[in-house]
Structure formats: structure tokens, C-alpha cells
Design a protein around this ligand. Structure first.
Ligand code: PA5
Length: 451
């Protein structure tokens, strides 16, 4: 079954005529995307990635995948933001958040270069000790500090362990076709490169080698993911809201936002989807949060978070709505056997599968949160297969682009990400930032003496 958007529980919050009234706005957002005439229109390559990855590049990537699988125990994926979140989300969704610890025939995969924490870096280096290591460094700009710094450290490790020549077989760079210091470094040192197309921005790049190479190394079927994306490209291009859950979702988010909801919580009842929540937060946060506008994207995993944030959802400031991601079939169910002693009093749960208990937790929570005045809609997918994953990712991407246009922002830039970088470079004394340094240091002094 294809992905479904269940909006039955929204009747107290949105009337059907309100959705009808969104039709003209949706049609213009759709036209901006289709005609490539909207803001950020030079970043629309992601719309066709299901079938636009060059076959020879896919073949080369699969060849590298086999080499990595045969020759390494651990693949170190270096990247930050859109250059790692999608692959990590995929790994957890399709395999497991405990992928590295589980028995398997594919290499461990660790993600580094997404923090400046010395503890995290030292720990990643320790994990590589005594192992056969390969690197996949991913950076579209090729200049991002966190990734570049980790690459410097891990490249030195590779040269020390395998020599300059040996390292060439084990370092794979995913970056721009021509620009950036990562591309020049790769070309100079002879490391193989995979291309992130010019017209695909970081957070929309999961279906390029950015996501595909690490996902393939984990043994997942990237052809099935791309086929699902291709099918989704058709489904999510219809202007008929009953046929197109992505546009319906975008319209509902927009209506709820106009009615005063400030936060969207992406909820799931499956820990393997926690990283998908992180990926979704980056996609929507960077795409919509600008010009003083946008819904704040957040995520929760129930029932864990029902014992923490659940209190806020039920009775706190009434500013959020929930989008629940429901998976019909678990990878493997768990039968709850009766216990003749029943000391824990749990025999009322026995003789059924744990998925049925999880489903009742969902229904009970849904009713409670609706009672608490929290709008809920539900995205329903079949399972944790490659097909469901490909469709789900494209669903969120398409809905995000349309949401951005409905909101009146450019969904494809991220000017706000630069502000912290400039300050950090200035404070660190990077050449070219000298004048800002003094100004920032004065500001810091003022702040600390104001106490
Ligand atoms: O969506 C984006 O473009 C960003 O979040 C980038 O993915 C992130 O900043 C990393 O950039 P780069 O791949 O250039 O290192």
C-alpha cells in the first residue's frame, strides 16, 4: 500500500472548505516548482533524482560499495547537516539504530565531523583502532569546518596506517563536480570522487551519492529506494489533494500555522525513526525558518517521550500539533506469552503481539491529546522497507518545498546558517576575519561585565 495521510482526527480543527480555499495557493506553489520560476529555482534537481542519477555513476558507486564491504570493518562517514542526516536516518530505518552492534556481514558505519567535540573525535578514533578502515567524506561546499577538520585527522590516520598509495583506495570523496577545497584535495591526492549535482542542496541530497553510498555499504537496496522515489515523483505531482498526500499535508500545516500553531511535532512509536526525526527537523527548519516565519519542527519518540514531554503536549502551552508517523508492520513482531504466576499483573496484555499493544498506546494517546486540544494527523506507511523509505523521504521533500512557497519563503537557501560561522571564524582568528574579531571580543567583554 502506498503512503497515506489520515486527516480524520482534524475535524475539530480544520473544516473541509478551508482546505478547498487553499487550492489556488497550492496551484501557484505547484506551478512555481513545475515551471521552475520560484525563489531558489536553481536548486530543483532533487525533483527528479529517482531517475536522474547517471547509470555509469551508479555502477561506479556500487563497485566502490563492494570494495568497501570486502576490504573494511568500519566505514567512517564524515559530514554534517544534509551531508549525514539522511544516511544515518536511512541506516536506522532500514537496518537498526543498533546496526553496529548487531551480527552482520557488512561493515560498521560511524558518523563523524558533525560536531567539534574533542571527546567525540577521540572516541571515533578509538573505535577505528585495529580495524580496517575506509572513509567517505561528504561536503557539497567542500569547506565546512566540522567536516574538513575531521577529514584532516582521519586522513592522517589513513596515511599512517596504509601509506599515501594505500590511502587512495580507501578514501572516497562526495562533493561538488568542480568547486571547493575538498574537490581540489581529492584531485591532487588521487582520491575517487562522487558528484553532488549543482542543482541539489544539502538537505535535499539523500538520493544522490551523499546518501546512496553509505546506505549501499550497509547492504540496503538503493535501486529499490530510487524506484520508490521515481514512483513518488508522479504521485506527489497531482493537484488533487485526495490523490496527493504531500500537498494535503503542506496545506494542513499551513492552515494550522495560520491558526496559531507554532510547533509541529513529528511523532513516531518506533525508536528506529528517531534519526528520521532529526533529518526532518533539518529539512523543515532550514527550509522554512527564515524572514521571521515558519513552524518550529520538532520530534518525539513515544512512548519514551510520553514519560517526559507528553505532559507538555497534553497540558502545556497550546501551541503545537502532532504529525504521527505510523508503521503498519514491524520488522518482526513479539508474542506476549501468559505467565501462570502473573505477579506483575500483566496477563491482560498476554496472548497478543507487542505491536497490538503499541497500537493501543497510539490510540490512547491520540484520544488524550485531541481532548487536550492538540490537532493530530497521521502518516501511514506499510513497513520499514526500502520502498516505504524512498516514498516517505520524497513525500517530506515535496511537501517541504510546497510548504515553503505557501509560506512565502525561499525553501532552498539557508542564509541564517552563516551567522554563527562568521562569528566562530572571527573568534578563532581565521585570516580575513580580523576586523570582526575585535568587535566580537568587545561584545563578549561587555556581556560578561554586565553581570
Ligand atoms: O542543507 C544544507 O545545505 C546544509 O545543511 C548543509 O548540508 C550543511 O551545512 C553541510 O554543508 P556541506 O555539505 O557543504 O559541508
Amino acid at each position: 500500500m502506498p503512503l497515506k495521510l489520515n486527516t480524520l482526527y482534524l475535524s475539530d480543527f480544520i473544516s473541509s472548505h478551508e482546505l478547498d480555499y487553499m487550492a489556488p495557493a497550492l496551484a501557484s506553489a505547484h506551478k512555481l516548482l513545475e515551471d521552475k520560476t520560484g525563489p531558489g529555482n536553481d536548486f530543483l534537481g532533487w525533483l527528479s533524482l529517482g531517475n536522474s542519477n547517471p547509470p555509469d555513476e551508479l555502477a561506479r558507486m556500487k563497485e566502490s560499495t563492494r570494495w568497501i564491504q570486502d576490504n573494511c570493518d568500519i566505514l567512517v562517514v564524515i559530514g554534517i547537516g544534509g551531508s549525514y542526516l539522511g544516511a544515518k536516518a536511512a541506516l536506522d530505518f532500514l537496518r537498526s539504530p543498533n546496526y553496529n552492534a548487531l551480527p552482520k556481514s557488512t561493515p560498521d558505519i560511524i558518523f563523524v565531523g558533525n560536531t567539534l567535540s574533542p571527546d567525540a573525535l577521540n572516541e571515533s578514533l578509538a573505535l577505528c583502532k585495529g580495524k580496517r578502515v575506509c572513509l567517505n567524506v561528504i561536503s557539497k561546499s567542500g569547506t565546512t569546518t566540522e567536516a574538513a577538520l575531521a577529514f584532516r585527522v582521519f586522513r592522517a590516520l589513513m596515511v599512517e596506517q596504509y601509506g599515501k598509495e594505500g590511502a587512495k583506495d580507501r578514501i572516497f570523496c562526495t562533493t561538488d563536480a568542480a568547486r571547493g577545497s575538498l574537490k581540489s584535495l581529492a584531485d591532487t591526492k588521487g582520491y575517487p570522487t562522487f558528484v553532488i549535482p549543482d542543482d541539489v542542496g544539502g538537505r535535499f541530497s539523500l538520493f544522490t551519492p551523499v546518501g546512496l553510498l553509505p546506505i549501499a555499504v550497509a547492504g540496503c537496496d538503493i535501486d529499490a529506494i530510487l524506484s520508490a522515489c521515481t514512483a513518488a515523483q508522479k504521485t506527489f505531482a497531482s493537484l488533487d489533494l485526495e490523490q496527493n498526500p504531500a500537498y494535503k499535508y503542506a496545506a494542513i500545516r499551513n492552515l494550522l500555522h495560520r491558526k496559531g500553531r507554532m510547533i509541529e511535532v513529528l511523532v513516531s512509536y518506533e525508536p528506529a525513526l528517531t534519526m528520521l526525526g532529526e533529518w526532518y527537523k533539518q529539512l523543515y527548519g532550514e527550509s522554512e525558518g527564515k524572514d521571521g516565519k515558519g513552524l518550529y519542527p520538532s520530534s518525539m519518540c513515544f512512548s519514551t517521550d510520553l514519560h517526559s514531554l507528553g505532559q507538555f503536549v497534553q497540558e502545556g502551552s497550546n501551541i503545537l500539533f502532532e504529525t504521527v508517523l505510523q508503521i503498519a508492520k514491524p520488522q518482526a513482531d513479539f508474542f506476549l506469552a501468559p505467565d501462570s504466576e502473573n505477579f506483575d499483573g500483566l496477563n491482560f496484555l498476554a496472548d497478543q503481539n507487542l505491536s497490538a499493544v503499541n497500537q493501543k498506546a497510539f490510540l490512547g494517546t491520540l484520544l488524550a491529546h485531541l481532548e487536550g486540544g492538540v490537532p493530530n494527523m497521521v502518516i501511514e506507511i506499510d513497513d520499514r522497507s526500502e520502498k516505504s523509505f524512498g516514498e516517505l523521504i520524497f513525500f517530506f521533500e515535496k511537501a517541504c518545498a510546497v510548504s515553503g512557497y505557501l509560506l512565502g519563503v525561499n525553501p532552498f537557501d539557508q542564509p541564517g546558517v552563516e551567522a554563527y560561522k562568521k562569528n566562530m571564524f572571527a573568534l578563532l582568528g581565521k585570516p580575513g576575519f580580523e576586523s570582526a574579531k575585535k568587535e566580537l571580543e568587545d561584545k563578549l567583554l561587555k556581556l560578561s561585565s554586565a553581570q
